[in-house]
Design a protein around this ligand. Structure first.
Ligand SMILES: Cc1cc2nc3c(=O)[nH]c(=O)nc-3n(C[C@H](O)[C@H](O)[C@H](O)COP(=O)(O)O)c2cc1C
Length: 359
């Protein structure tokens, strides 16, 4: 039995497992291709990549697999951070720069990559699936994608957001529960007012939309997959479960922390990027807690902490690195990506067999 669903048919994949896009390094071409080759859908987190990097990474993925895969971007928003707040944060961050021995008060050429140029590459490269988070692209972009046959997956953290995504014309919705690692995809209300657990979120979204729902957040094994399908999902999107795979580009110190952490190791923070995100707790997160409310908005804070995170990575010091991860950490393993997909499917099939009295 293959657990075929509406979404596996739509995406042309064998198993209802999507490896979550994870911007910032984990989703190497090797990881994306390995998951797609194993029968799932690999996803490239391209949010921080330049248009040229996106193009070359897509081409590398294509060298490694002829199966479908997704490319994911961040929808840009408006910022309203006063210069004075940026100045104050520069002073706070300079303390960390001094500790790490890097130049203080660096000038930043830009806060983020051009979304229009990133989208252009995705259109030109004609990727099979475009997924996105933090909002909705313009209807022109959605239309251009659809004309090329690119399938669209939007991220929702509430029923209201899911309804809006369906109205805008996406093909499927990634329902991101509050257990999820990484940035909150919330785009309608405040992130702290949109923290709904996966088990509550998925069936409520499934009841309100007619397109396939992808359950995401805290799903680590066959139990999570079967539970999600029972709740009305057509597939799962798993991030943390793939972070410690050998193919993942996550830093070695981050992989080590994943294997040592548990269900209570993470917290939601604004410290690294100015946008709510769940990660393994660090000194940096704890120390910046007192600045919450005066942290520059995303993407400003994200650009402002980049040199610190990079220096911490070079120094193998995870305390100043961002280590996005979900609450399922105790279930994380170091298997290969294909081994992870196979294990989840074996567990799920055994469970379904057991529940239907076949074993
Ligand atoms: C390290 C990391 C980076 C992430 N980056 C992205 C991203 O670039 N785009 C995105 O849509 N979601 C991103 N996410 C969120 C995932 O899509 C997904 O919601 C999450 O991994 C699900 O929860 P789990 O980690 O418990 O499986 C990221 C998650 C992690 C752990």
């Amino acid at each position: 039995m293959l657990l075929m669903t509406e979404l596996t048919r739509l995406l042309g994949i064998k198993y209802p497992i999507i490896q979550a896009p994870m911007a910032g390094g984990p989703t190497t071409p090797e990881l994306v291709a390995a998951v797609s080759n194993a029968g799932g859908l690999g996803s490239l987190g391209a949010g921080y990549l330049t248009p040229e990097q996106i193009r070359s990474t897509i081409r590398e993925i294509r060298k490694l697999t002829d199966r479908p895969f997704a490319v994911n971007l961040f929808i840009p928003g408006k910022t309203n951070t006063p210069d004075e707040t940026i100045q104050k944060m520069t002073e706070v961050l300079d303390g960390y720069r001094e500790k790490l021995g890097i130049a203080v008060s660096p000038t930043l050429a830009k806060y983020e990559e051009s979304f229009a140029e990133q989208v252009q590459v995705i259109l030109e490269e004609n990727v099979p699936v475009f997924s996105f988070t933090f909002g909705l692209p313009s209807s022109d972009i959605m239309e251009a994608m659809k004309q090329r046959g690119i399938l669209l997956v939007g991220t929702a953290t509430t029923v209201e957001e899911a309804v809006q995504l369906e109205l805008a014309g996406v093909h499927a919705i990634a329902a991101q529960g509050s257990e999820a690692g990484g940035h909150r995809g919330t785009f309608m209300k405040k992130a702290e007012d949109s923290l709904i657990g996966t088990i509550a979120l998925v069936p409520q979204i499934a009841d309100r939309v007619s397109i396939p729902v992808i359950a995401s957040g805290g799903i680590m094994d066959g139990r999570g997959l079967v539970a999600s399908l029972v709740l009305g999902a057509s597939a799962v999107q798993m991030g943390t479960a793939f972070l410690a795979c050998p193919e993942s580009g996550a830093h070695a110190a981050f992989k080590q922390r994943i294997m040592q952490s548990d269900e209570a190791s993470t917290a939601i923070t604004y410290a690294y990027s100015g946008k709510a995100a769940r990660g393994i707790q660090t000194e940096f997160m704890k120390e910046l807690k007192s600045y919450e409310g005066v942290i520059p908005e995303y993407p400003i804070q994200n650009a402002m902490t980049r040199d610190i995170r990079q220096a911490a990575a070079r120094a193998n010091n995870p305390e100043y690195m961002s280590m996005w991860a979900g609450q399922g950490l105790r279930l994380a393993g170091e298997r290969t990506a294909a081994g992870t997909v196979e294990l989840v499917m074996e567990q799920a099939e055994a469970l379904v067999g057991k529940m239907s009295g076949r074993s």
